[in-house]
Design a protein around this ligand. Structure first.
Ligand code: C2E
Ligand code: MG
Ligand code: MG
Ligand code: MG
Length: 294
């Protein structure tokens, strides 16, 4: 395409067109090449998982981790999931990637447990397309068999929209998960087009309060009100709560004082590679008072 652009620019005799045409022609091509690179990256094993600690709001002990996907693109560093997950979702590659992530995360948690010498849980994101995939239950069973992880140690994160788009399918799938003791978390709670009806209908275990409502705590009167209502709702419905994106002590203090059970954010631990998590757990072993942030 670049060659074609160059040729046309020469043809018209305007040097300035080279730049203009070049951009115009290569813009859509960029996505195509990213897509091609992605298929190759799956084959070449360029995807990896980072793990972010999820800690008890009061004791700050690490209770589990969220597995977060990264693409280590040669020459380009780490690519954010915000860039490649939507593409993987639209081209279907998410099924392959998601299955890999689920198995890898379950196996990894068992290794973390060996170091920590106590049970830990893992939170894995499940996209709409994976949730709709007929093979998802089998993949989940395989991940648990492969790793030896028990159901209650696996938390699957889905968004509000997934449940409401096909409630019958969701109900069947969630019932099957519940029978294996696998738990469901609502990710980014409060940001979707949500009614509260699904909290009544479906067996939800955990609400993850989106960072949008945490960011301006405790100075924003509105966010204080929203967080209080969500925490109260969760408490009355017997749901666990995780606050996402906690970046400072003031936010943590507010959340702990208002009954939020678990904290996930840069303040208590960034997403890290497995070796770094192992170092963290070893440090915790050596000195139990030491937490992720120290
Ligand atoms: P999410 O599931 O809501 O994950 C939380 C995001 O918040 C992560 O971004 C995490 O790195 C970031 N985060 C954590 N603590 C803080 C904080 O204190 N401050 C700020 N500013 N950000 C914080 P990340 O890793 O870039 O992932 C973005 C999204 O990509 C995830 O949002 C999730 O929707 C999706 N994603 C990541 N991994 C997977 C995966 O394996 N499968 C699927 N389907 N989606 C994934
Ligand atoms: Mg998540
Ligand atoms: Mg989230
Ligand atoms: Mg989010």
């Amino acid at each position: 395409h670049a060659d074609t652009a160059m040729y046309r620019a020469k043809e018209t005799g305007k040097a300035r067109c080279v730049v203009y045409n070049h951009e115009k022609f290569t813009q859509p091509e960029h996505d195509v090449s990213m897509e091609a690179a992605m298929f190759q990256a799956v084959r070449d094993g360029e995807f990896l998982l980072h793990y972010q600690p999820i800690v008890d709001a009061r004791s700050r002990q690490i209770m589990g981790f969220e597995a977060l996907m990264r693409w280590s693109r040669p020459g380009q560093g780490l690519v954010s999931p915000a860039q490649f997950i939507p593409m993987a979702e639209s081209n279907g590659l998410i099924n392959l990637l998601g299955a890999w992530a689920l198995k890898a995360a379950c196996v990894q948690i068992r290794r973390f447990e060996e170091v920590a010498r106590r049970p830990l849980y893992v939170s894995v994101n499940v996209s709409p397309r994976q949730f709709r995939n007929d093979q998802f239950l089998d993949i989940m069973d395989e991940a648990m068999q492969l790793s030896g992880l028990s159901g209650e140690q696996l938390l699957l994160e889905i968004t509000e929209g997934i449940l409401m788009s096909d409630p019958e399918h969701a109900e069947a799938l969630l019932t099957a998960m519940t029978s294996r003791n696998v738990r469901i978390a609502i990710d980014d709670f409060g940001t979707g087009y949500s009614s509260l009806a699904y909290l009544k209908r479906f067996p939800i275990a955990t609400l993850k309060i989106d960072r949008a409502f945490i960011k301006d705590l405790p100075s924003s009167v509105k966010d204080v009100a929203i967080c209080n209502v969500v925490l109260s709702l969760a408490s009355h419905l017997n749901l666990n709560t995780v606050a996402e994106g906690v970046e400072n002590q003031e936010q943590l203090d507010f959340l702990a004082a208002h009954g939020c059970g678990l904290i996930q954010g840069y303040h208590t631990g960034r997403p890290l590679v497995p070796d770094e998590i192992i170092a963290l757990l070893k440090a915790e072993q050596a000195s139990p008072a030491l937490t992720a942030a120290q």
